[in-house]
Ligand binder design. Structure first.
Ligand SMILES: [Zn+2]
Length: 294
């Protein structure tokens, strides 16, 4: 699964503030319950003040100087800061601590439990959205492989030393990761931009893989979930055929090709045959006198 364990672990690190001399107010993680303050400001923190240390945000009488924070931070964030004792020179050196352990000390066991907990919760949500979405079974299986970054993209093949280049052969614009092959590559983008609502396109193209799958598969719109899954699967098939099947031609109207598969699946279901429900028909039947000798 594409997940950044290092960044998750960094969420557990924080500074305990004493003299506030070597910890940056905006950039470092030091406010309990919050990430770096710069990630949550109402306006851009100018580069000239971005590197200021926490000890610079204290008045001459030793209280927090809120005038330097106003305009940048919400009232709630200011309240969080107010919970911390302002730094002072006689309080000693700042120190790191591990927020997931009451003692503040880092233990591999706590870190493992934290990662396992977060990982399973996320995996569970993606699992549910994939297996409950409407669409052909083979598409659901494919989605599951994609969600776990098991597709043999060039980036994956290069890591396994199956190829010398991780670049996308379709556009040569970057490494061919799962998201690149199936969403961000110019050829995939051209398809998505025709079938995704204009108002949704901004979010659609910036989400990370797991969230992207979950959002598109777990909504209340069954038709969209099926269309999304089938488009995703066809884009991968077309990509493979481009690479490995000599003379392969993509359909001239890809959206129409996707729509045809969606409609066909609606009629035939996974069996590939007309569904029992559609074959059902009503007939009036009754006893009829058998032909007898006249
Ligand atoms: Zn590409």
């Amino acid at each position: 699964m594409e997940c950044n364990y290092e960044s998750r672990l960094l969420m557990g690190e924080a500074w305990a503030i004493r003299d506030g001399t070597n910890v940056r107010f905006w950039v470092d993680r030091w406010v309990q319950g919050c990430g770096p303050l710069i990630n949550d400001t109402a306006r851009v923190v100018e580069p000239i003040v971005r590197g200021r240390m926490i000890c610079e945000f204290v008045t001459d009488v030793g209280t927090w100087d809120y005038s330097l924070m106003e305009g940048y931070l919400s009232h709630t964030k200011l309240l969080y800061i107010a919970l911390h004792r302002p730094p002072a020179r006689d309080q000693g050196e700042n120190s790191f601590y591990w927020t997931f352990e009451p003692t503040g000390n880092f233990f591999v066991k706590t870190a493992y439990c934290f990662l396992a907990q977060v990982g399973w919760a996320e995996e569970d949500r993606v699992w549910k959205s994939i297996w409950s979405c409407r669409g052909p079974q083979r598409v659901r299986t494919f989605l599951w492989l994609a969600a776990h970054a098991r597709l043999l993209t060039n980036e994956h093949r290069a890591r396994r030393q199956l190829t010398s280049s991780a670049l996308c052969e379709g556009c040569s614009c970057g490494q061919e990761t799962t998201l690149h092959a199936l969403r961000d590559c110019s050829r995939a983008q051209a398809v998505w931009r025709r079938i995704v609502l204009q108002s949704c396109q901004h979010d659609f193209f910036i989400m990370p893989l797991q969230r992207w799958l979950k959002c598109n598969l777990s909504g209340s719109d069954d038709h969209w979930a099926a269309t999304f899954g089938i488009a995703y699967w066809l884009l991968w098939n077309w990509r493979n055929n481009d690479l490995f099947e000599e003379g392969f031609m993509r359909p001239s109207d890809k959206c129409q090709a996707i729509s045809r598969v969606v409609e066909s699946w609606k009629v035939t279901g996974d069996s590939g045959r007309e569904s029992a429900q559609l074959r059902k028909c009503w007939k009036c039947i009754g006893w009829q006198c058998p032909p007898g000798p006249n």
